[in-house]
Ligand binder design. Structure first.
Ligand SMILES: [Mg+2]
Length: 382
């Protein structure tokens, strides 16, 4: 079919043989409107298989688009996040498939809830814990993090490790946790790539996507059974994320996909990421390049602090926002996500901000802790 791969997948075209969608990682910007729905397949897309199969697929696309447009009439439809607009939970889409759940993990561990998971007189049943800057920094454990996680578990609080990273797979995150002595399960980990793939699969189940990103993003899209393409003309959804091999050809292909009407989905909008040798550009920087060229903002960004990752996280934990802690080092993503969703927010000073930062003294966080190791003081508040 003459399809070519994007980014790292050029070297491994076999992986994408059955796929056709573009995905972009980290986009922050949000519109006040609902995400654009998949366009009709281009008129040039004749029956290239010679058996009517493409025409059939085209009809399914149109049908799906109509259904999704009807969905947007609901007031609780998942909209692109807009600044201070509060998150409103909507019914779980019937097309969403479950990600391996923390409930299974909880059962296998046989943990017993205690009465100590209480914050401000409210029982906390779940905690969303950021990774970079909260649990580890690069390959190094943050002091106190392991004890804090164990304290939460002992209090009967279900935990989910939720990161905006789209360049590490869940397996790689688990390996990092295990390497620093933290006991966890892969089913407890969500990345912005996981959520983006889940979002595309549930919102555009018949769509073909094209992805700009690293292997972790492609892996998540494949696990979610999202069809992928490398041809901009075949792309219904462009998914964009961090891609350290991003180049002019990738930008050009992304531009062509968006000019042809593809929906634009980002993994997250982080501007930069800390590394051992200094900061490097984040997904938001690459998405901004595509956005500038195409003169189009992303239709939706899946990662923190936006609706898709809130939705998937709460579903994954089977928790209500009112009984959920969110613990992280980033006021713009972690704390803002929790504030929008009505969670109890805990800012830790082991990452992006310290005591001198206004976010630590005048920010929106309900609690400010020196580290995750001090979580006991939150749980014991009454
Ligand atoms: Mg962080």
């Amino acid at each position: 079919m003459g399809r070519s791969a994007v980014g790292h997948h050029r070297a491994n075209p076999g992986r994408l043989a059955d796929h056709s969608v573009i995905v972009a990682a980290q986009s922050v910007s949000t519109h006040g409107s609902s995400p654009q729905r998949p366009r009709s397949r281009p008129k040039s897309a004749v029956d290239e298989f010679g058996d009517g199969s493409l025409a059939h697929r085209t009809n399914r696309h149109d049908s799906t688009r109509d259904e999704l447009q009807n969905d947007t009439q609901e007031p609780n439809a998942c909209t692109a996040p807009d600044t201070d607009q509060p998150y409103r939970r909507r019914p779980t889409p019937s097309t969403r498939r479950p990600i391996p759940t923390a409930t299974d993990h909880k059962r296998t561990r046989g943990r017993v809830r205690s009465a100590s998971g209480i914050e401000g007189g409210k029982r906390m049943t779940a905690a969303i814990i950021d990774l970079d800057g909260t649990v580890y920094r690069s390959k190094t454990a943050i002091p106190g993090a392991r004890d804090g996680i164990e304290r939460l578990r002992d209090a009967g609080v279900d935990v989910a490790f939720v990161t905006n990273s789209a360049t590490k797979s869940r397996t790689q995150c688990l390996e990092r946790l295990e390497s620093i002595g933290i006991d966890a399960e892969e089913s407890e980990i969500l990345t912005s790539a996981t959520v983006t793939a889940s979002y595309v699969a549930s919102e555009y189940p018949e769509a073909t996507a094209m992805a700009v990103g690293e292997p972790a993003l492609f892996e998540e899209l494949s696990r979610a059974d999202v069809s992928l393409t490398e041809e901009p003309a075949d792309c219904d959804v462009l998914v964009a994320g961090k891609d350290r091999s991003f180049d002019f050809e990738t930008l050009t292909r992304s531009l062509h996909a968006l000019e042809a009407g593809a929906t634009f989905v980002g993994t997250n909008r982080d501007r930069k990421s800390p590394t051992d040798t200094g900061n490097e550009p984040g997904s938001g920087a690459l998405i901004a390049a595509i956005e500038f060229a195409a003169e189009r903002e992303p239709d939706i960004v899946a990662g923190k602090p936006n609706d898709p990752i809130i939705e998937v996280s709460l579903d994954h934990l089977d928790a209500d926002a009112s009984e959920c802690l969110v613990i992280g080092d980033n006021p713009e993503t972690d704390i803002r996500m929790g504030t929008r969703a009505g969670m109890t927010t805990v800012l830790v000073l082991t990452g992006l901000v310290d005591r001198t930062d206004p976010a630590a003294t005048n920010g929106d966080a309900d609690h400010v802790l020196e580290s995750l190791g001090a979580i006991e003081s939150v749980l014991s508040t009454d």
